[in-house]
Design a protein around this ligand. Structure first.
Ligand code: APR
Length: 308
């Protein structure tokens, strides 16, 4: 049976996500936006592009939520993106009201879905969605770590002039300035990265990774990254809908792992038919563990501001 995926927010990120999902062909995609006609217009354009690309033009665009009923996965991208000079945290209160309302509308009609959250500040918004939905932690997952990891892998592959396919590693922590790239678990075709890149260059790569979203915002000047985030979500949907048991860094509610409790933060998890099936608790170096905990503290501050 075909799956059903709803994407809320038909803007830059929602549109890129919906296109990638529709191209994969395994799910019916419903796109929703609050601006009247916007999702319908976007879906028409995307359907026509899908037709040219040899795919099935079966996307639906809607102003409301009735069409979303029975979704297997609901992706939330609705909300304001950053502008130059803003941090993700600056979006907190504006996007809180949006994510609160959208989550309630979605879970009313798709009580068994898995929620994937992109709206920033993502970790805090994922925690909000979990609180509003009352879902178990296996079914509320924030997208951020996979995107940060894509940037990290790209920078390493450019540094060494090798294929990114051979670069394996991940970025943990909150999806913000405090994120924690993890060199101790990074390798290139099995060779530890510290044997290939010296400490000074690695520090530069780590710094560029942490500022990777801001670098793009500064260049685009009219919003934030949307292509790589769309691909990251599509990969997460692949893993869940096809039970692929992929190990991805994602924001999930921690329940004591790494000494962190009741806070969403990015860690390595297994994604499969059960949603987030397992948190992998790794033996991080002292400084990486301290970085992860301090990143979780930053997320906690935002959660406290929201009072949830
Ligand atoms: N319900 C549905 N859609 C909404 C709502 C709502 N309550 N509020 C806003 N939207 C829609 C807007 O109408 C817009 O079409 O969300 C869409 C957001 O699209 P963009 O402005 O293009 O923003 P985008 O770049 O996609 O970023 C969206 O994802 O990565 C994060 O930081 C980013 O928080 C931002 C979010």
């Amino acid at each position: 049976m075909r799956s059903k995926v709803t994407v809320v927010g038909a803007g830059a990120t929602g549109g890129s996500t919906a296109r990638r999902l529709a191209e994969r062909g395994y799910a019916d995609v419903v796109l929703v936006d609050i601006v009247e006609g916007f999702a319908a217009g976007k879906a028409l354009d995307l359907n026509q592009g899908l037709t040219l690309g040899g795919h099935s033009p079966s996307m639906i665009g809607a102003d409301g939520y009735d069409e979303t009923a029975g979704s297997d996965i609901c992706v939330i991208t609705s909300g304001f993106p950053r502008q130059p000079g803003m941090s993700r945290d600056d979006l907190l209160l504006k996007n809180k009201a949006i994510v609160e309302e959208v989550t309630a509308d979605l879970v009313n009609r798709s009580p068994d879905c898995t929620l994937i959250i992109l709206t920033n500040p993502m970790d805090a918004m994922a925690q909000l969605a979990q609180s509003v939905s009352g879902f178990p932690r296996s079914r509320v997952i924030g997208q951020g770590g996979l995107l940060d990891t894509a940037r990290y892998r790209a920078f390493i592959s450019w540094e060494l002039d090798v294929s990114p396919e051979d670069v394996s590693g991940f970025v943990l922590g909150g999806h913000g300035d405090t994120m924690v790239p993890v060199p101790s678990f990074t390798s290139v075709a099995g060779v530890p990265v510290n044997e290939l890149i010296d400490t000074e260059r690695m520090e530069a790569i780590i710094k560029r990774t942490a500022g990777g979203g801001g670098e793009i915002v500064g260049l685009l000047k009219k919003g934030s990254a949307f292509e790589a985030p769309g691909e990251a979500v599509a990969m997460m949907c692949d893993a869940i809908l096809m039970d692929r048991k992929r190990l991805f860094p994602c924001a999930v509610m921690l329940e004591g792992e790494y000494g962190i409790r009741d806070t969403f933060v990015g860690v390595l998890v297994k994604l499969g038919a059960g949603g987030m099936e397992e948190v992998l608790e790794l033996d991080l170096s002292e400084s990486e563990l301290a970085g992860l905990r301090s990143s979780a503290d930053s997320v906690r501050e935002l959660i406290d501001v929201m009072g949830i």
